[in-house]
Design a protein around this ligand. Sequence first.
Ligand SMILES: NC(=O)C1=CN([C@@H]2O[C@H](COP(=O)(O)OP(=O)(O)OC[C@H]3O[C@@H](n4cnc5c(N)ncnc54)[C@H](OP(=O)(O)O)[C@@H]3O)[C@@H](O)[C@H]2O)C=CC1
Ligand SMILES: O=C(O)CCC(=O)C(=O)O
Length: 447
Amino acid sequence: MKSKVEAFLDLVKERNGHEPEFLQAVEEVAETVIPYIVEHDIYYGKNILLRMVEPERVIMFRVCWVDDDGEIQVNRGYRVQMNSAIGPYKGGLRFHPTVNLSILKFLAFEQVFKNSLTTLPMGGGKGGSDFDPKGKSDNEIMRFCHAFMGELFRHIGHNTDVPAGDIGVGAREIGFLFGMYKKISNGFTGVLTGKGMSWGGSLIRPEATGYGTVYFAQKMLETKGEEIAGKTIVISGSGNVAQYAAEKMIQLGGKVLTLSDSSGYIHDADGIDAEKLAHVMALKNVKRARISAYLETYPNATFTKGETPWSVPCDIALPCATQNELHEKDADLLLKNGCICVAEGANMPSTKEAIAAFHKAKILFSPGKASNAGGVATSGLEMTQNSLRFKWTREEVDNKLKDIMGDIHKSCIEYGTDEDGFVDYVRGANIAGFVKVADAMLAQGIV
Ligand SMILES: NC(=O)C1=CN([C@@H]2O[C@H](COP(=O)(O)OP(=O)(O)OC[C@H]3O[C@@H](n4cnc5c(N)ncnc54)[C@H](OP(=O)(O)O)[C@@H]3O)[C@@H](O)[C@H]2O)C=CC1
Ligand SMILES: O=C(O)CCC(=O)C(=O)O
C-alpha cells in the first residue's frame, strides 16, 4: 500500500515526469507538508497541495534580437505565474543557457513558500530565458532585454506580476527591461524591483539576499550560543548573493576563505577582507572577468579549476551559486571537517541526499526558501516605497530586513522543532509557508 506522500508524488510525476528539478522541489515540500495536512482537518481532503503544484499560468514566448554582427538570434522567454493567493506574482528573471521549464517551475514553486514566509503580501512567480549574457556586449544585452520585454510587458504589472533579478539579471538588465516597459506602457510604475536608486529602487535591495542569508545564519547560531565573529566561512558563487554574503560576514568578524564561479573556486587562506572583496566586485561587476583573475592581484591564493569549494575546512558554509551544487559527498566532507552551520543563499543548492546528511548529523541547516528570502522581502519593501512614493533610509530598510529574517527564523522554530529540540528548518519553512497560502486559497474558494 502506497503512503499518501508516495501516491501524491506519483500523480505529480505522471504530469511532470520530464522535469527533474521541479519534482525535486515538490518532493521536499510534500514529504514535510503532507503529514501536516493529514493531521489538520481544515486542509485535509481539499487537494490544496495538488492545486499548488499546478502553475496558475505559464507563458512561453519567442525572443528575436540582432547581435553585433547583424545576425538574427532567437531565444526562448518564459514567465511561470505560480500562485497569486496572497498577492501579485513576485519573483526573479534568470538569463542562463540552462534555463528551461523544469528549472523555472521549481524556482516559482519555491518562491510561493518563500514569499509567504516573508510575511509580506506577495504571490510567487519566476521567469527568464535561455539567453546567455556571458561575452555579450552592453548593446547586445540591451537589445535582448528590450526584445524580451516587448512580449513580457503584456503579462505583468505592478498589481499583477512584479519581476526582479536572478542569475544573469542584475542592475544593468533591470534598467534595460524597465526602460522598455515604461516606453510601451507609457507609465512609470513599480513593475520591476531591483531598480536603480534614482528611479525607484530601494536602498539595501542589492545587498539584501546576501545580508539576509547572514542574518539568518546569525539567528541559527544564536540558538547554540555561537556567533559569527572568529568563524571561518566557505562561500560558493561570486555574483550578487555571494558578494554581499561575504561583505556581511566580514563586517561581523567572520573570515571568508573562498568564492567561486562556474570555472572553479579561489581559496585565500589569509581571508578575503573588505579590500579584496571590493576588488572581486570590480572584477565581476565591471570587468565581468572569471574568478581566477583574483590571483593576478593576490598570488598567495589558489585557484582550483572545475571544482566547488566544499573540501575547504570551515565552520560555516554558504552555497550561493546555483541549484544542486552541493552533493552528498560534499556534505560528508563539510561534516568531517567540522562545519556546524550551512545556510543556503542560492535556491535549492543542496541535493536531497546532502540535506539528509546534514539532518542526520543534526547541524544547523537552513533551506534557501528561508535563508535567502531577504532579497524578495526587500523587493516587497521596494514595492511599498513605490506605492507610497517615498524612500526609506538605508538604516530603516536594513532594520526591516533584520526583523523579517528574525520572523522567518521564529516561524521555522514554531513549525520545525522536533521533540528532542532539534530544529528541522526545512519542515519549519515548508509548513509555515504553506499555512498562509493554503488559508488564503481556502478562503477564496475553488478558483
Ligand atoms: N539575486 C537575488 O536577489 C536572489 C538570488 N537567489 C539565488 O541565488 C543564486 C545566485 O544568484 P545571483 O547571485 O543573483 O546570480 P549572479 O548571476 O549574480 O551570480 C551567480 C553566480 O553563480 C555562479 N553560477 C551560476 N551557475 C552556475 C553553475 N551551473 N555552476 C557553478 N556556478 C554557477 C556564477 O558563475 P558564472 O558567472 O561562471 O556563471 C556566479 O558566480 C541563485 O540560485 C539564485 O536563484 C535567491 C534569492 C534572491
Ligand atoms: O526580488 C525578487 O522579486 C525575486 C528574488 C528571487 O528571485 C528569489 O527570491 O529567488
